[in-house]
Design a protein around this ligand. Structure first.
Ligand code: UD1
Ligand code: CA
Length: 432
């Protein structure tokens, strides 16, 4: 019979090395491909269906707690007022689960690449072995600042030593196996091991890792299981780690789209954030950035050098070309904007063509306004559409036209000039 599982996520740290600006968010809310680091963790733990979820928050907890209430309502925030270390944070997390009996999965909030399969394997190993503690470990040629897994005779787990406490121990630093910061515990073994943890270490902190050493010393069973891809489990501590995690997750997301039939010509230069819907058969050309929440239909072509923002929607067969930015744009089937264009807060009708250099001037300095372009309309090169404004079905704007706010272009008419005026039938004869 499987024992109930509680999840404790440690998310109280400041992330000093990521806080490069005054307005930097707390570490766990730093965005990575459109969602916070903690959201990546939430998604990884979700399939484990923990009976209880506790998230230890502290640094700028108002922001983290507000995010939890919105994005992870099942999680209970627990305050760690002073960040006295991972062991201290874990103890507070367990104090919020006083009556819980079962297993506790501990996850640090700064491992956005955590994958459910590895977490499931950890819990399964823990159960099979009937262990008191099971540590998820990784292997890297140089484990840098990470905690090292020290093994004794017969490869048996002994303890975890932080790199910062091993500066004079090259034998320890040479160990390639490191602690990922993910553990499964039998709660009955963990509770006593967290009492009176020492702070006599390089960081003056209570270490969660010491609790594992203690369980082992006290005769408890400590197991380990090792992830296949050690690099993915290093955690995000500085901007280089963040860039590495972003790049790895970006590749993972692109691969999923490729496998689903999306033709991403060059995944290395294409950024598709989380939660983007792309139909099979769509084609994404290099140097394109698609933000979270956008949607791209079958047969669409996007890029090269395109940027889709603000939940833009491309219906089937729509085309977005080079140096085109869309924000909260809805392009109906077969609509096209192929060159050098800004389409913000706009609806573009089916088969409409938006010429090179078109701009929807959506911002009057105070408020954003909408533009509606009708089906089969043709917007001439260099047109400025000052919102709010609409261009009717089949209407045409001449090159360089400026259509002022509120001066809607009637269906089927042609407007030219600055400000745009309707082309008289006589003019039409001379220009045709
Ligand atoms: C920790 C491990 C190290 C492991 C590494 C993996 C310890 C002592 N060391 O080191 O063995 O290799 O993770 O990434 O555990 N936190 C709190 N409250 C605190 C301190 C930290 O909630 O008082 C949270 C942080 O927000 C973070 C997580 O715990 O999400 C890990 O803390 P961090 O300071 O990044 O630990 P590392 O030095 O990376
Ligand atoms: Ca860390």
């Amino acid at each position: 019979m499987t024992r109930p599982l509680a999840l404790v996520v440690l998310a109280a740290g400041q992330g000093k090395r990521l806080a490069v600006r005054d307005d930097s968010p707390p570490k766990v809310l730093v965005p990575c491909l459109g969602v916070p680091l903690l959201e990546h963790v939430r998604r990884a733990v979700e399939p484990l269906q923990a009976a209880e979820t506790v998230v230890v928050t502290g640094h700028r907890r108002d922001l983290v707690d507000a995010w939890l209430a919105e994005a992870w309502p099942a999680a209970r925030p627990v305050l760690q007022a002073e960040q006295l270390g991972t062991g201290h944070a874990l103890r507070l997390g367990l104090e919020a689960l006083p009556a819980f009996a079962g297993d506790v999965l501990v996850v640090y909030g700064d491992v956005p690449q955590a994958e459910s399969a590895d977490l499931q394997r950890l819990v399964a190993r823990h159960h099979e072995a009937g262990a008191d503690a099971t540590v998820l470990t990784g292997v890297l040629p140089d484990a840098g600042a990470l905690g090292r897994i020290v093994r004794g005779a017969g490869g048996r787990f002994e303890t975890i030593v932080e790199a910062r406490d091993a500066t004079d121990r090259p034998d320890v630093l040479a160990i390639r196996e490191f602690n990922t910061g993910i553990y499964a515990f039998r709660v009955e073994a963990l509770r006593p091991a967290l009492v009176n943890l020492s702070r006599a270490n390089a960081q003056g902190e209570e270490y969660a890792t010491d609790a594992i050493g203690r369980i082992r010393e006290g005769g408890g069973v400590v197991e380990t299981t090792t992830v296949a891809d050690g690099a993915a489990w290093q955690g995000v501590n500085d901007l280089a780690d963040l860039a590495a995690a972003t790049s790895a997750i970006r590749r993972r997301v692109a691969t999923a789209h490729l496998k689903a039939g999306v033709d991403i010509v060059d995944p290395d230069t294409t950024v598709i954030e989380m939660d983007v819907t792309i139909a099979a058969g769509a084609r994404i050309l290099p140097f394109t950035h698609v933000e979270r929440g956008c949607s791209i239909g079958a047969g669409c072509t996007v890029g090269p050098f395109a940027r889709l923002r603000g939940k833009s929607v491309l219906e089937p067969g729509a085309e977005i070309g080079n140096f085109v930015e869309t924000k909260a744009a809805l392009l109906h089937a077969g609509a096209k904007a192929k060159h050098l264009t800004y389409l913000g807060d706009v609806e573009v009708g089916a088969k409409a063509n938006v010429g090179c250099g078109t701009i929807t001037a959506n911002y009057d300095g105070v408020r954003k306004h909408r533009t509606v372009i009708g089906p089969a309309a043709r917007i001439g090169s260099g047109t400025v559409l000052v919102a709010p404004v609409s261009v009717g079905e089949g209407a045409v704007t001449g090159a360089g036209a400026v259509v002022p706010a509120g001066r809607d272009v009637a269906p089927g008419t042609t407007v030219v000039g600055v400000p745009a005026r309707v082309l008289a039938p006589r003019d039409e004869e001379t220009t045709s």
